[in-house]
Structures are given as structure tokens and as C-alpha cells.
Design a protein around this ligand. Structure first.
Ligand code: SF4
Ligand code: MG
Length: 333
């Protein structure tokens, strides 16, 4: 199956007072048609910066220092001109943010916002309004009310569903969602996730779902990529990563999910605070916070190892050096 998105060796740098930091380091991934990938990590792990990189819109003073972002037709999005990029956005790739206020114009009724998209992309307004209505119906929204509403007349969950509907309006191959449920209460969160699951099946669309909360994605994504300090440290099928996390950081993320039943006191966070990118050791980026660190971890970067459950991980413990991973097939990623 063809890749809808093929990201190779994406690196993004930011100059700081103490020198240049690499907020994203050699990130590569592919997404196939209809496939859904999650990127998980704490705040500052570089996951949103990856999203900015995909759109070639890294905020100043950051810059993409290397890599390529190719879409279905093989074009490198990082090399297209502004006009092409403007057309590409919405028609091939679109984005839903955490705070949908960022995408919805507070001064315009939703209907007008649909018209604006039609105008900017030279689509027939009437047809696009009909399309918006059917998408809003799929999102369980009262379409007449929503089309005539200003954003402030809608609840947070409704606005988020409208944003998802608008992101789908021009039939993009892929939708990037950056923390789309983070600002919502649990009920709205559940309904947005359910809707996302429904539309990805019904429209066979690809999703890239970025979140700090590993617990929300398991039902929506097929595979997951865990990021720490701008680097991918574990990736694989979501059920495998969730049920038997290998990297100590992934394990920590999963252990810090509060249980639905039982005592919240048993929830265990990851010790230490988020990493300072300018103070990374030569070896494993997680070294300073890892309960299982060994001397070599600070000096030698862990190689990629692919385990027999299709999970790949960058941790010295995943190598054939004792411990319970001995029996697993290994090959470099
Ligand atoms: Fe911990 Fe070492 Fe694995 Fe890094 S390589 S996660 S420090 S055990
Ligand atoms: Mg973010």
C-alpha cells in the first residue's frame, strides 16, 4: 500500500543563548492510506514541533535543518513554494489544534467560514456547504444550528467537532490532530474520539494523532511512536506498546495513567522533570531520569532493536545482554 506521508530524517533546530538545540532529531515515519499513527510524549518532547515541520511552518527562530516530508505524489513539501503550500493545505493535509479557537474565526458564522474555504480553494460554495452539512451530521451535530452559529455560541466539544469537519472538507488524504481532546471534559473527549474512529473507518482517511496522553489514543491509532527529547525512542503497534512497553520512558508514561477503577495513589509518575535539550548526555537522552540506567547509557547512544512483537526500541536493555529480552529477535532498525 502506498504511503500517504513519508517523513525522512526530519531535524529541527532552535538557537538559544547557550547554543543551538535540536528540538527534533532525525525523526522518520510513514503513514499509509487509511492508517492512523499516534505520536506520544510529554510536553517539550518535540511532538508538536514535528507537526509544524510537516507544514514547513516552524515558529521563529526555529528552522528545519534537514529532512524531507513527501506526500502521495512524491513531492517534498519542504521544497514547494508558498502558493503551492497554501493549496496543499486543506486539499491534501489539514490540521486540527487543541484550541479550536485558533482555527475558527470568532467573527464569522461557521457557514461563512465554509464559504471562505470554498473561495480560497476555488470550490463551488453551494456544494461545499452541502458537504459541510453532511460532515457535521457525521459528527452528530445539529447542522442547521451549527452552520448559523458563531464559534462562541458552541461548546468546546462542538467547536472541536466543527474543526474536525472543516479539516475534512476538501477530502485531504491525511489529517494531523495536535492534542485534539486535551482541552475537553471527559465526556466530550470520549465523543470526539468515537467520532474520529468512525470517520477514519468510513472515509478511509489517514490520521496523525499527537498527544501527551497515551491513554487516549489506543482506540484511535494503529501504531504509536513515543518521543523523548526530540527523538523517537519506541515505536510499534499500539496494542503491543501499550500491553508490553519496552523503553523505561514508555513504561513510565503508561504507569502514570490514572486507573479507571482502584486507587489513584497507585499511579506512578516518571521521576525528574522534562529534559533540558541543551544538557543531553552523549548516550541515551533519558539517562538522567531512568531508573534502570547503566554506566554505558550516558556515553553510548542506544541502537534501534526490533523485537519479535514488531516493536522497535532504542534502549540498551533491549539488546541481547541478559534480562528478560534475551529470547527476542533483534535486528537494527
Ligand atoms: Fe535507561 Fe539506559 Fe535504556 Fe536509556 S538506554 S532508557 S538510560 S536503560
Ligand atoms: Mg504540544
Amino acid at each position: 500500500m502506498e504511503n500517504v506521508l513519508d517523513v525522512q530524517n526530519l531535524s529541527i533546530e532552535f538557537p538559544t543563548e547557550t547554543g543551538v538545540v535540536r528540538a527534533v532529531k532525525n525523526v522518520s515515519f510513514q503513514i499509509k492510506k487509511g492508517e492512523s499513527l499516534g505520536i506520544v510524549g510529554e510536553s517539550g518532547s518535540g511532538k508538536s514541533t514535528v507537526a509544524f515541520g510537516l507544514f514547513n511552518s516552524v515558529p521563529d527562530p526555529g528552522r528545519i535543518s534537514s529532512g524531507s516530508v513527501r506526500f502521495l505524489d512524491g513531492r517534498n513539501f519542504l521544497k514547494v513554494n508558498t502558493e503551492e503550500r497554501r493549496r496543499f493545505y486543506w486539499e491534501h493535509i489539514s490540521m486540527v489544534f487543541q484550541a479550536s479557537q485558533n482555527t475558527l474565526n470568532p467573527l464569522l458564522r461557521i457557514r461563512r467560514q465554509v464559504d471562505d474555504i470554498a473561495e480560497a480553494h476555488q470550490f463551488n460554495k453551494k456544494k461545499l456547504r452541502q458537504k459541510a452539512q453532511s460532515l457535521f451530521e457525521m459528527m452528530y451535530l445539529d447542522t442547521d444550528r451549527v452552520m448559523n452559529a458563531y464559534p462562541h455560541e458552541l461548546s468546546g466539544g462542538m467547536k472541536q467537532r466543527v474543526s474536525i469537519g472543516l479539516a475534512l472538507l476538501l477530502d485531504p488524504e491525511i489529517v494531523v490532530l495536535d492534542e485534539p481532546t486535551t482541552a475537553l471534559d471527559v465526556i466530550s473527549q470520549g465523543s470526539v474520539l468515537k467520532i474520529l474512529n468512525g470517520i477514519r473507518k468510513e472515509l478511509n482517511i489517514s490520521l496523525l494523532f499527537i498527544t501527551h496522553d497515551i491513554s487516549v489514543i489506543s482506540e484511535v491509532v494503529d501504531s504509536v511512536m513515543v518521543m523523548y527529547a526530540g527523538q523517537v525512542i519506541e515505536r510499534g503497534p499500539v496494542n503491543q506498546v501499550m500491553s508490553s512497553p519496552t523503553h523505561p520512558y514508555t513504561l513510565g508514561l503508561i504507569r502514570s495513567i490514572p486507573p479507571l477503577v482502584g486507587d489513584v495513589k497507585n499511579t506512578k509518575g516518571i521521576s525528574g522533570s522534562a529534559v533540558q535539550l541543551d544538557l543531553l548526555p552523549k548516550g541515551c537522552p533519558f539517562y538522567s531520569r531512568c531508573d534502570m540506567r547503566m554506566t554505558k547509557c550516558s556515553e553510548i547512544p542506544p541502537p534501534w532493536v526490533t523485537l519479535d512483537n514488531n516493536v522497535s526500541v532504542a534502549c540498551h536493555l533491549a539488546k541481547n545482554e541478559g534480562g528478560d529480552k534475551n529470547d527476542r529477535t533483534q535486528e537494527h532498525f
